[in-house]
Write a protein that binds this ligand. Structure first.
Ligand code: SF4
Length: 349
């Protein structure tokens, strides 16, 4: 992994209008993504975790421009180009004109719904290549076979339809299609969530191998903490449209500073039967992104909230090398976690 930055999100927002009334006027706004700033290094796998509705998938879709951002910047540094391009400022036509769309690809959670069931595998994988390159039918077929081989399939699979494959094989086809255009960045949106556990491991290993072989950069979106721990170099934790903690994987798991991250991690089942679990049990639901709480968005569920937490929003600040956290009490949360655990009744640990 290099220190070179390939993608930089600056104060990125995605707000969806809520229409109402007879005239279908905008009556409210869903703040799915509300000002996140992140830098992704070339060749790394950055994990993005959080509960449903926290904005992690919206971030991925904004990056590949499936959902254009409402404001902010996405600076992309493509290979061989001196200056970055703000892809948030480009129209779909400009994006295509600058030949950038194929460099940012996405793999979706459910390969069944992301593929045309009436198309042969050969055509599914060939389609993005044909948009980008002029190849003879023979060359095209050779390229498709090469891609299928890269993902663990072979020539025998060319003339089959998606329904003739298992879930894991379909996800391999989706990966083959995503890498067909020589992308530099892959957004992987819960790529293993719909698969059996044994198949999940195979797909994770495949993705890990392809990243090294093709020098790819990943944004790995998931709610599964052990999956993200296995594959990511760094992890960003999101809550209600904001990044609340960002650190390299080991630091995030060993030196957790944000109460929300601690609550998520403490929910991972432990194999150590005798070890007491230091758990924070979150109460209540995630507040609505239509009307997020003022101050720290987590204050309505945080066991350590002070008056200040409902008044002022904590900025995401560096607390050490490769570690940033947005919490007014980050200097003391480690001891707070410790005493909270001791105060809990044994049955709740
Ligand atoms: Fe909890 Fe306050 Fe920190 Fe938010 S800022 S996580 S409410 S202690």
């Amino acid at each position: 992994m290099s220190e070179e930055i390939i993608l930089e999100l600056v104060d990125l927002k995605k707000h969806y209008p809520v229409l109402g009334g007879v005239l279908r006027r905008e009556v409210n706004t869903v703040k799915a993504l509300d000002g996140i700033s992140l830098a992704i290094q070339k060749g790394e796998c950055l994990g993005l975790v959080g509960e449903s509705g926290c904005g992690k998938t919206t971030t991925g879709k904004a990056i590949v421009r499936l959902h254009p951002p409402s404001s902010g910047h996405i600076f992309f540094h493509p290979k061989g180009q001196e200056n970055p391009v703000d892809i948030a400022a480009l129209s779909p036509r400009q994006l295509k004109g600058k030949n950038l769309r194929h460099k940012l690809q996405m793999v979706f959670q459910d390969p069944t719904t992301s593929m045309n069931p009436r198309m042969l595998v050969k055509n599914i994988v060939a389609e993005p290549i044909q948009e980008q390159e002029k190849l003879s039918p023979k060359e095209l077929e050779a390229r498709v076979v090469e891609l299928l081989t890269l993902v663990g399939l072979n020539r025998d699979h060319l003339f089959r339809y998606p329904h003739e494959f298992s879930g894991g094989q379909r996800q391999r086809i989706a990966v083959a299609r995503a890498i067909a255009t020589h992308p530099e960045v892959l957004v992987l949106d819960e790529p293993t969530s719909a698969l059996d556990v044994s198949v999940q491991a195979q797909i994770l290993n495949l993705l890990h191998r392809l990243r090294k072989k093709l020098n790819l950069t990943y944004l790995f979106v998931t709610h599964h903490l052990l999956v993200v721990k296995y594959i990511s170099d760094r992890i960003a934790v999101m809550y209600l449209g904001k990044v609340v903690e960002l650190a390299d994987t080991e630091t995030l798991f060993e030196q957790t500073l944000h109460p929300y991250t601690w609550a998520l991690l403490s929910g991972i089942p432990s194999t150590e039967i005798d070890a007491p679990k230091a758990r924070i049990l979150l109460e209540g639901d995630v507040p609505s992104p239509l009307d997020p709480p003022a101050g720290c968005r987590f204050h309505t569920r945080c066991p350590f909230a002070l008056d200040l937490c409902s008044e002022a929003e904590p900025p995401l600040l560096a607390t050490g090398e490769n570690h940033q956290v947005a919490c007014h009490r980050s200097h003391e949360t480690r001891s707070l976690f410790h005493s909270y655990t001791k105060e809990m009744p044994p049955a709740a640990r």
